[in-house]
Design a protein around this ligand. Structure first.
Ligand SMILES: [Zn+2]
Ligand SMILES: [Zn+2]
Length: 305
């Protein structure tokens, strides 16, 4: 099953140095999530050939313009392109009202239903779940209500090891074994899951943390994820700016990654004051070597291990 993250935007505040505002596509099998939707996201989706109407869910972290000003335009375009499939929209209090006002004063209606769920800002909450994954939101510390998101596989199938099984199994029985269930065949033969299966592979996970100041309280939520995206708006030379803006430095993001024992860290949300981003990598890898910089158009696959 595929699990990938495609970067559409890495800039904080405004577009600069060829960098767009925050937006990412996370694809897990046939579920496509758009996380944040900065201005211009629809043009960038087009550039990277993402079919708008295949997006099932949009997750908005907070209501600073660089994370959601592209949303209304995208919702409108989806309607004009003939979408009828409902869309799940997750975001902070106020987002539903903002969209309603835009529709009201434009005398517009969308051809499809937007199912809005307000994110919780006090504690972690599961916001979506299906047969193979679970999405949670969790609080970040920023100037306005803001949440991170965790996308995690669930119900990983057991690996079947039936080479020596003296009876053939029906599809239904095979699927039960994949779920780790034991059962008895009509001839009385006991098919015990412990004997004929191997444990499932580790569930893969991705965590998105933008925007936030350094906050160790998020560590339990992102513990041991395969890939952590953590904002790093500044380098150490401008660390004093993190207090008033409630953002993080590369070194702080790396410290969180290390303490959370994640597999890989991806830095993003770079301030427009930096054209060159090398220093972010230098400062982060000193603490957490397995760091990469988010870059527009990059697709990071999370492989099974
Ligand atoms: Zn931002
Ligand atoms: Zn912000």
């Amino acid at each position: 099953m595929s699990f990938s993250v495609t970067i559409l935007g890495t800039s904080s505040a405004i577009q600069a140095h060829g960098r767009n505002q925050s937006a990412q596509i996370v694809k897990v099998f046939n579920e496509i999530f758009l996380i944040d939707c900065g201005e211009g996201t629809q043009a960038i989706l087009k550039k990277y050939k993402v079919n708008f109407n295949k997006i099932n869910h949009i997750l908005i972290s907070h209501l600073h313009g660089d994370h959601y000003l592209g949303l209304f335009g995208l919702l409108s375009t989806m309607s004009l392109l003939g979408r009828t499939k409902p869309l799940n929209l997750f975001g902070p209090k106020g987002l539903k009202e903002i969209i309603s006002i835009q529709l009201k004063y434009g005398d517009m209606a969308l051809n499809y239903e937007v199912i809005f769920s307000e994110t919780q800002v006090k504690e972690k909450a599961i916001i979506f779940k299906n047969g193979f994954l679970e999405v949670s939101s969790f609080p970040l510390i920023h100037r306005v209500d803001c949440t991170g998101f965790l996308i995690k596989e669930t119900n990983k199938p057991f690996k079947i090891n039936t080479e020596d099984l003296p009876h053939s199994l029906s599809n239904v029985q095979y699927n039960r074994l994949k779920k780790g269930e034991s059962f008895v065949l009509s001839n009385g033969f006991k098919v015990e899951a412990e004997k004929w299966t191997l444990p499932p592979k580790k569930a893969r996970s991705y965590a998105y943390c933008s925007d936030t100041m350094y906050n160790e309280k998020i560590i339990p939520y992102i513990k041991e994820v395969d890939l952590l995206y953590h904002e790093s708006t500044f380098i150490e030379a401008h660390a004093d700016r993190t207090i008033s803006t409630m953002h993080s430095t590369a070194r702080e993001a790396a410290t969180i990654a290390k303490k959370a024992d994640v597999k890989k860290l991806m830095l993003g949300h770079f301030s427009t004051r930096y054209k060159d981003l090398d220093q972010f990598l230098v400062e982060s890898t000193e603490i957490f070597p397995s760091t990469i910089l988010a870059k527009e158009g990059n697709k990071i696959s999370i492989e099974e291990s």
